[in-house]
Design a protein around this ligand. Sequence first.
Ligand code: UGA
Length: 436
Amino acid sequence: MTLTLSVVGCGYLGATHAACMSSLGFTVIGVDTDPNKVEMLQNGELPFYEPGLDTLLAQEMKTGRLSFTTDFSAVKDADVHFVCVGTPQSKDGLAADLTYVRSAVEAIAPYLKDGSLVVGKSTVPVGTAQSLREQLAKNAPQADLAWNPEFLREGFAVEDTLTPNRLVVGVANDRAEVILKEVYESIIALGTPWIRADLPTAELVKVAANSFLATKISFINAMAEVCEAAGGDVTVLAQAIGYDPRIGNKFLQAGIGFGGGCLPKDIRAFMARAEELGAKQALEFLREIDAINLRARQRVIDVVRSELSEDLTQYKIAVLGATFKPDSDDVRDSPALDIAAQLQAAGATVVVHDPKGIEPARKRFPNLEYAQVITDAVKGADLLLHLTEWKEYRAIDPSAISALVKNKIIIDGRNMLDRELWRKSGWKFHALGRTD
Ligand code: UGA
């Protein structure tokens, strides 16, 4: 008999997981405490932008296998329960806030049937799974708990869920592994590596992976700083070191650094947890990774000031990009939006354009100005900032917008625009980590 699954928490991770598991043929019940989100999902509408997921969701809703509710008792028929709630940075420190994970497990505990398996997918500090397993042993001894970290990237969520580069399961016994193998049978059949780990290792794999990615980005941004000081070009440097397969050419794109709901808060939570465990020194380097990352934002602001003036009050700056990366409407800890807000706080008039992120950005920064079309954003601008690498911005013809702006100055914060093209049209072109 096919397993029935529940997915608790229907944000990016949960909604994607629910729709993808339904597409594999499982009956899936998605539960979330937010009635608006549930209503939208139940109508086959996605509450956020994620390429391909909207179509998949609409298609799966039609099959009748997938449903969403705010009623936790609906999980009672499920055999496997995926916990996909958020673990944001806590308000008073670096650690992760585990309130949602703990309350999700508590909320489903009364409805867990005999032999069911709770599977954590949220990114948590190491040790959380064990403590939840102990809590469950008291409240719902008929159920077991495993951890199955998720490595999906926004913008590639469906692809990363259905064809992941590995599956990692943290289990305390063989039975839990057997159940998870049944869930992922068709994905395993594709040849996907399967890694069985204990609970703490599975939790650590996730934060180690994100820490490594953050380190790669900050490494190349540190090289960008040195290139600027020494008169070098970080894009050539990145290309050259990337040919060494031990280094690899991915995640070496220098620019304004990493943001989003994962990398920044995960490295901070990892440091906080290491300190609790008495291993603070081992992760001290992540403090530097964080500092380099935040410095990249400041470096853009420094170039703006050196191009315009220390006093920005008379200037209009057009910001191209609000989201933390392209193909997403996520503005959580977005470097682009942070730079826009800092420039506005410094007195500049800032107009922000983004293909998908204007509404989420407006919610966070209602006082910034927003433009729905690029030409409106750049009209009368003293300077352009390219801060999120949407393909729309690479398609801009610099000569076509030359007449609209006041000064033909652009700073490419992502090292993605065609410098020669812009210069040919008479623009002064700056890029982070490139001196000529
Ligand atoms: C990240 C990880 O890549 C996923 O594997 C992980 O599952 C996810 O976090 C998570 O923990 O849920 P995501 O936040 O979607 O995924 O974004 P990334 O593609 O990792 O990009 C993160 C940030 O780094 C973006 O702001 C991006 O612009 C920046 N970045 C990326 C660079 O500045 N340079 C690069 O070379 C690559």
